[in-house]
Design a protein. Structure first.
Length: 574
């Protein structure tokens, strides 16, 4: 970045809010200690239950006010709230009686709140047990839920940890009691391998977004020690090769964004029904793999999820109730950078870059729901895969288009990168990283035209980056591609039982033998299907007492869709 460009960005940041004067060092934050004791695994490799002890300091709540909480349903995923047993609470005065109530934030998120019969005095100690259902069906949703198998368990904190119902930041300690699991057992959390501490105090919402795996778990630690991984099961790929690549990319991200966490963890577990699914977490992320998962297919996923350590959503709303209307920012940027930054780092080649870009572009430009306004995303996100992918696809192409316009307006002196770094600088300074800030940066770079483009994107206008938006080595073209089409009403998959409704005459589904009223018994991920023009969908169905397997390509009409290709320039041959 040139001196003038740097000065302009710094002036913009300063104009957004004065830097606060230095203050006296704050008092040491209160602590929360989480002790997890898994039961011994059964002969089948299932961990039946966890015994938990949580000690939290500085809980301030009047009599009858919520003291602690645990989601019942988090982004449509049913947690272990109903599997909590023998919950007890004590403080400095003795036993505390906790009374639960349930509250719904929206259709996808419900929380159980426990209210105390008196004010809390001193540290609050919770003890309880959580059972784990080894036969729980695999899901095609965020992988929060507790699962067990292969001699281990795994899950996100929001599925089983009862945490303070406040916004107090606490120093976190995770202690593992693996005595029941026998020699060789390992515990890994988002804070590190084995017993570990948080690098900084965390509010309960950030603690809830941590991950845990223990038992017969595989581990990886980078040479520097700051990057680590833990996984359940037996991945069909070289974990060392994949994690070494991810560690190199994580280091590049830290240099690019100008900040890096003291440590960063990656978690993996098997899900044959929904391999390649990922969730961003606090200084970590988790993904799923299947029996045929390959390293080349997982690199883009790891590149995307690691970005969420830096690129979260506006207002820190990522994965929170009511935050889906801002997912265009966090998810769109992550998709844009998941290919751009590995390509710049030399960690993927031009062919891999194009493959990732064209899957996004193909899914977007063939999407029959392409004009859905951003305001309608939350209502349809979990109901229709064609709506769910829009923040990812539309958002990423919006950022590519914006990057090209900023480069052109500044004669190549500034780019989207400068805007993103300015956003992150505001967040580090403790000021809001919100839509108002984004609009101010847009206006500073592009004037009113930047605001109008942004609002058009939110309204559902089709986004089309210029041909050279991705540099001189790539150019835009068109190719005939088929729209994604299940061949029946997607709402059928939300009913119970999942009976086919609205079967389309002449569709690939009907041609393959699917019939109105057939009950679909298997689960499958649709998001990846949309991006793969050659993919087949296999449905296991019940027709009366008859079990049938129906296989077809979920595609409909053919349309001309924008894609990118190599220019063939001499310096772009690789």
């Amino acid at each position: 970045m040139g001196e003038k460009a740097l000065k302009r960005i710094l002036l913009t940041i300063c104009a957004l809010g004065a830097v606060p004067a230095a203050a006296a060092p704050p008092a040491e934050a209160p602590a929360i200690t989480i002790t997890i004791r898994p039961e011994a695994a059964t002969a089948e490799g299932a961990v039946p239950a966890l015994d938990l002890t949580i000690i939290a300091e500085d809980i301030e709540a009047a009599r009858g006010a919520p003291v602690v909480e645990l989601p019942i349903e988090a982004n449509t995923v049913v947690t272990s709230a109903d599997d909590v047993q023998a919950l007890s609470a004590r403080d400095a005065r003795g036993a505390v009686t906790l009374t639960p109530t349930d509250e719904a934030a929206d259709d996808s998120n419900r929380t159980r709140l426990w209210h105390a019969d008196r004010p809390i005095e001193g540290p609050l100690t919770l003890r309880y047990r959580v059972t784990i259902d080894a036969d729980r069906p695999f899901i095609s949703r965020p992988q929060y839920e507790l699962r067990t198998g292969h001699g281990s368990f795994s899950g996100a904190a929001n599925a089983f940890l009862i945490l303070p119902a406040d916004e107090t930041a606490r120093r976190v300690t995770v202690d593992w009691d693996l005595s029941a699991m026998g020699p060789g057992a390992t515990g890994v959390s988002s804070f590190g391998i084995g017993d570990a501490h948080s690098a900084a105090p965390l509010v309960p919402g950030r603690i809830a977004s941590t991950y845990y795996v223990a038992g017969r778990a595989g581990t990886y630690r980078s040479g520097s020690g700051g990057f680590f991984a833990g996984w359940a099961g037996d991945p069909p790929f070289s974990t060392d090769e994949l994690m070494t690549w991810a560690a190199d990319l994580h280091g590049f991200y830290g240099e690019f964004f100008g900040e890096a966490a003291a440590s960063f963890g990656v978690f993996a577990r098997p899900n044959p029904d929904n391999p390649g699914s990922g969730i961003g977490l606090t200084d970590s992320f988790a993904f799923t793999y299947g029996p045929e998962s390959e390293i080349d297919d997982l690199r883009g996923l790891l590149a995307h999820e690691m970005l969420h350590a830096w690129v979260r959503s506006l207002d820190e709303s990522m994965d929170r109730p009511g935050g889906l209307d801002r997912s265009w920012f966090g998810e769109g940027l992550a998709v844009h950078y998941q290919r751009m930054l590995p390509y710049r780092a030399g960690l993927i080649d031009a062919d891999a870059f194009l493959d990732d870009l064209n899957k996004t572009a193909g899914r977007y430009y063939t999407n029959v729901m392409i004009a859905t306004p951003n305001a309608e995303i939350p209502a349809g996100f979990w109901r229709d895969t064609r709506i769910r992918v829009l923040p990812y696809d539309r958002g990423s192409l919006y950022f590519a288009s914006l990057d090209a316009k900023v480069r052109e307006a500044s004669s190549g002196k500034r780019s989207l990168d400068d805007m993103v770094r300015a956003m992150l600088a505001e967040r580090r300074a403790g000021r809001p990283m919100d839509e108002a800030l984004w609009r101010r940066l847009l206006r500073a770079e592009l004037g009113q035209a930047g605001i109008e483009d942004f609002e058009a994107m939110l309204a559902g206008k089709t986004v089309l980056p210029p041909s050279d938006a991705f540099g001189p080595c790539f150019q835009r073209t068109t190719r005939p591609l088929r729209r994604f089409d299940l061949g029946f009403d997607p709402a059928s998959l939300l009913s119970d039982p999942r009976a086919v409704r609205g079967l389309k005459p002449g569709s690939e589904a009907e041609k393959a033998g699917l019939r109105e009223g057939d009950v679909i018994t298997n689960t499958f991920s649709q998001d990846g299907l949309q991006a793969d023009q050659e993919a087949f969908l296999t449905l296991e169905v019940l027709r009366g007492s008859e079990k049938l397997t129906i296989r077809y390509q979920p595609r409909g009409e053919t349309v001309d869709a924008y894609q990118w290709e190599k220019t063939g320039a001499g310096s772009c041959s690789s």
